[in-house]
Design a protein around this ligand. Structure first.
Ligand code: ATP
Length: 240
């Protein structure tokens, strides 16, 4: 479904952020990208959502195909139209709007005609959002805000859902709950590309995972196998 081939990316005034990265997300697959700060994970997501220009980055080599067709350089609108939806970094939600208004707005801007159904699906996945539907976004906890940010992406009925560090700053139990919901979405057929610094969580969930180091893929394989890998354990799983 998503096919990234030999992708290289540079930002203005800095050295290459990605150097010849190849990665595949199959139809209905769940793939994780792990690695330290600055390894290039966010950069890869920006390339797929065609959001590099705003960050003064550009593709210097390779290509990205979605459903066998290259991305045509149409910017974020093209990726979105083709079904690639990213949960924005930093859980961007509208703090002064209620939970339900946030979801309705997202469904409407995605041109969803069946937005009631889309919103109900979000409440089924995150019942706490249903309980708080009339509460303003800024009064939600960090975990609830992350759920709402994911819910807003879901209201656009993505074919490929991309998440950038969904567990960041969440208490372990909340992070586990968010990850379980991501697993549920994938079990229901949605393809997922997950960026995580929390390798322990990501490798448990992902069928296939890639380790990025300084802009290159240093290792990839089934999540299960990477969890057993001594290097991965030492570098990313705290030796545990
Ligand atoms: P993090 O977890 O910190 O987001 P990451 O793995 O997602 O890390 P990227 O944010 O993709 O890494 O960064 C990859 C490299 O590109 C880093 O060296 C970073 O300093 C650089 N970089 C990222 N964004 C920009 C930018 N807008 N301008 C210049 N350099 C950038």
């Amino acid at each position: 479904m998503l096919d990234v081939r030999d992708l290289s990316i540079a930002y203005q005034g800095s050295i290459a952020a990605l150097r010849g990265v190849s990665l595949t997300v199959p139809e209905g697959g769940i793939v994780a990208l792990v690695g330290n700060n600055g390894a290039g994970k966010t950069t890869l997501l920006r390339a797929v959502s065609q959001n590099l220009r705003r960050h003064r980055g550009r593709i210097t080599g390779g290509e990205i195909r979605f459903d066998g067709e290259p991305l045509h350089g149409g910017g974020p609108e093209e990726s979105f139209r083709r079904g690639i939806v990213q949960v924005p970094e930093g859980r961007r939600i509208f703090g002064t709007l209620t939970v339900e208004e946030n979801l309705r707005l997202a469904a409407a801007s995605a041109g969803g005609r069946r937005d009631r159904q889309a919103i109900q699906r979000v409440y089924d996945l995150f019942p706490v959002l249903g309980d708080r539907r009339r509460q303003r976004g800024l009064l939600l906890s960090g975990g609830e805000q992350q759920m709402l940010a994911i819910g807003r992406a879901l209201a656009a009925a993505p074919r490929l859902l991309m998440l950038d560090e969904p567990s960041l700053g969440l208490a372990p139990r909340t992070a586990a709950r968010v990850m379980a919901a991501v697993g549920q979405l994938n079990a229901d057929g949605m393809a997922v590309l997950l960026v995580e610094q929390n390798a322990a969580l990501a490798l448990r969930l992902a069928r296939h995972a890639y380790v990025l180091e300084l802009g290159r893929v240093s290792l990839d394989g089934p999540g299960e196998r990477l969890r057993e890998d001594p290097e991965v354990r030492r570098l990313y799983l705290g030796g545990s």
